[in-house]
Design a binder for this molecule. Structure first.
Ligand SMILES: [Zn+2]
Length: 231
């Protein structure tokens, strides 16, 4: 590798030049996602709808003040790639950028009103160490940046690691039981309205378990934001 090539390689590493969704080269002003993908992103706009389908997923499980997701994805959706890139391929900053895009939409409505604190669903420390970051924390940072609401990644810990794929079905059936997440004894979550943030919403069981841990702090209220929701 010649020196200029190394330089280009390093630049690509820190400033990727291709869209993380469609792989087309990015132009000036585009960041991680090209304008076409950003335009075609199937935004849910559910924050504009009371009793929306994301809120309904939590009905009968945990009390949720409001809930929304930024975009829809399905098994064969090209937009699913965005989530893989953020979660498994190191594009944590893309989570931050998409969090900012989502927050810009939410800010046009009353969604952020009354929310005191943003908490990303934590990873188990072993998993976070292996991945090097928590993708939900980067999404939360983006939301925080635009909304001006602080984020807190210290008050809740995940004390049980993710199961393997084969254990997952059984695991999710039993996730309602407490003990997956734990409140840090020095938390200050009492009387706060918390926006719980995750990358994707599937069964909602993980968010539900995390919310239950948060509810151990007195007089808390929970709202939910996920970057994507299975449609
Ligand atoms: Zn694209």
């Amino acid at each position: 590798m010649t020196i200029p090539k190394i330089f280009t390689y390093l630049l690509d590493l820190f400033f990727p030049n291709n869209c993380i969704c469609c792989s087309q080269p990015l132009v000036d002003g585009e960041s991680y996602l090209c304008l076409r993908c950003l335009y075609e992103l199937p935004r849910t706009n559910l924050h504009l709808i009371a009793d929306n389908e994301v809120e309904q997923r939590f009905w009968g499980k945990i009390p949720v003040e409001k809930a929304t997701s930024f975009f829809y994805y399905s098994k064969n959706s090209p937009f699913k790639r965005i989530l893989y890139q953020i979660k498994y391929h190191g594009y944590k900053e893309a989570g931050y950028v998409l969090g900012k895009y989502a927050a810009a939409d939410l800010k046009k409505s009353h969604f952020f009103e009354g929310i005191d604190l943003i908490i990303p669903v934590p990873l188990h420390k072993k998993k976070q160490h292996k991945r090097g970051y928590n993708q939900s924390e980067w999404i939360a940072k983006g939301l925080s940046e635009i909304s001006g609401i602080p984020y807190d990644s210290f008050s809740v810990s995940r004390i049980v690691n993710n199961p393997t794929q084969t254990q997952k079905a059984t695991f999710e059936r039993h996730l309602n039981t407490d003990g997956i997440f734990r409140l840090n004894p020095s938390h200050h979550l009492e009387n706060k309205h918390i926006l719980l943030v995750d990358d994707v919403l599937t069964t909602g069981a993980t968010i539900e378990a995390c919310a239950r841990a948060i509810q151990e702090a007195a007089n808390t209220r929970i709202s939910v934001f996920t970057l994507a929701v299975v449609h």
